[in-house]
Design a protein around this ligand. Structure first.
Ligand code: ZN
Length: 497
């Protein structure tokens, strides 16, 4: 009896609540009668409902028609689908795709046009938040902030926490290396190769994480990479360094995301239990030539530990796909690129000068051989991803745009490519959407403002003409992008001639 009273009372209170929803708007947005596709826990139950935004915040989401007054713009969402803005949790926005420093100095106009279009290109494909996982300067952050339309930017500070002379700082000439990587970790084994002015006490995990925290970062990035190609046998962090990095990150409210793509790296990090793996496991090392249709036991065991610890796994399939695509001109001739890459830059990419990296990578192989090698690696990467997806792994959407000095990972465009590759690997559409929204938001502690359509969260909303739970092409059927409450038509984000 008591419980019946309680139920009745709840019903009465709820219906009153619905009727009471009197919203007075001063700078509002009302999206009516639309299919809402959002989740807090990975389970989707789309329904037709309404969303109300005041300034940059969502103030109402629900099935019932809200009672609103004041000043607002109304969008009829009939027949449309709305999702929370997408989050790419692995980008490098401080690079210009395909250019080295001397190219940037030679073509300042191309750099300028790229930097103006870059944030718009992310938005064009529905990315309303990006997490920069490479070093970034205040100057770069400020230059980004003055762009009128841009995704929310989060970062890892002035540099990652790489071990001295390890990956990736080894790629910077010795005279600038330490200055460029102010958050490097001092290792005794490297002492002779560290300039005297850098004191060990300033480069312990504790000191480094504190500095990263103070620079406004949301995460600490580290690396487990012994190298590839000409650069191999690089120093890697010890178990105690990585454990300390994780503990210090947590003590400072940050997450630890670590670059690794080899079996050795993934199993080392699984054992420690870092928060996020910034790449998929595609370098199978001694298993690299095994067939592409089943997982070796040792790899399965490593993935099982990652699943059991619910470590975030960022597939970054476009790293492999993008690098392989440098070998021929199929990529560069895609009509879709014209919408997101400035015309003159696109033309430059087709010149001999812009082919420098492709020539360096593929001087000794033809296109067929390259596709075969990369295809094999990608098949392994996809097999791992499918296993994680089938076994309740925590998948986080991230592209690594661009993964190197390559023009084949373009802002936004690369995100759509990654989404399609995840689908190709066999990840269900609901998991793909969750990976790019709520999973990323929770993993990076951004879920109080981002990741779902809920009251009090930031109004980053994507309106599509197709259902993202039944059609991957929905991500290219975007009609409107709402960024911080501002409504933008997709075509207004295209490259202006
Ligand atoms: Zn990266």
């Amino acid at each position: 009896m008591k419980s019946l009273v309680a139920i009745l009372l709840t019903l009465i209170l709820c219906s009153c609540q619905e009727r009471k929803d009197q919203l007075h708007l001063t700078q509002g947005l009302y999206i009516s009668n639309t299919t809402i596709v959002s989740t807090e826990d990975g389970n989707y139950k789309p329904y037709i409902g309404h969303i109300v935004v005041e300034k940059d915040k969502i103030v109402y989401v629900g099935k019932y028609e809200p009672n609103i007054s004041g000043t607002f713009e109304q969008i009829d969402g009939t027949g449309k689908f709305v999702i929370p803005g997408l989050i790419d949790s692995h980008v490098h926005m401080s690079d210009v795709q395909g250019m080295l420093q001397h190219h940037k100095e030679k073509y300042p106009q191309l750099v300028k046009e790229f930097n103006t279009q870059m944030p718009r290109s992310y938005l064009y494909y529905g990315f309303t938040a990006i997490i920069n996982l490479g070093g970034i300067s205040d100057e770069q952050i400020n230059a980004y902030k003055i762009q009128p339309l841009k995704p929310d930017l989060f970062h890892i500070g002035y540099s990652g926490a790489a071990v001295a002379n390890g990956y990736p700082m080894i790629y910077t000439p010795e005279e600038f290396r330490f200055e460029m990587e102010p958050n490097f970790i001092y290792m005794e084994s490297q002492a002779e190769h560290i300039p005297d002015q850098y004191k060990p006490a300033d480069h312990t995990p504790k000191a480094v994480v504190k500095r990263i925290k103070n620079s406004g970062a949301v995460a600490v990035k580290s690396y487990y990479e012994s190298g590839f190609g000409r650069m191999s046998n690089l120093p890697v962090p010890t178990k105690s360094i990585m454990t300390e990095l994780r503990n210090e990150s947590h003590a400072n409210g940050l997450v630890l995301t670590v670059h690794a793509n080899s079996l050795t790296g993934h199993s080392f990090l699984a054992d420690i239990g870092v928060d996020i793996l910034a790449h998929g496991l595609w370098n199978w090392e001694k298993y690299k030539d095994v067939p592409t249709d089943s997982l070796p036991l040792e790899i399965k065991e490593t993935l099982d530990v990652q699943i059991q610890k619910q470590m975030g796994y960022t597939p970054t399939l476009t790293v492999i796909e993008g690098e392989g695509a440098l070998v021929d001109n199929k990529f560069i001739n895609q009509p879709a690129l014209k919408k997101v890459v400035p015309k003159k830059l696109l033309e430059w990419y087709k010149t001999e000068e812009a082919q420098w990296f492709a020539q360096e990578l593929f001087s000794e192989s033809n296109a067929e051989e390259v596709h075969k090698i990369y295809g094999n690696v990608q098949a392994h990467a996809m097999l791992v991803l499918k296993y994680l997806s089938d076994n309740n792994g925590l998948i986080l959407f991230g592209t690594d745009t661009p993964s190197g000095p390559i023009y084949t990972n373009q802002p936004g465009h690369n995100g759509y490519w990654e989404l399609k590759l995840m689908k190709k690997a066999g990840v269900p559409l609901a998991k793909i959407l969750a990976s790019a929204t709520i999973n990323n938001a929770k993993a990076f502690h951004l879920d109080s403002a981002l990741g779902s359509l809920a009251m009090g969260k930031k109004a980053n909303i994507i309106m599509m003409t197709k259902n993202p739970l039944s059609d991957i092409e929905a991500y290219d059927a975007i009609e409107k992008v709402v960024i911080g409450g501002e409504v933008v038509n997709r075509e207004d984000l295209e490259v202006k001639e």
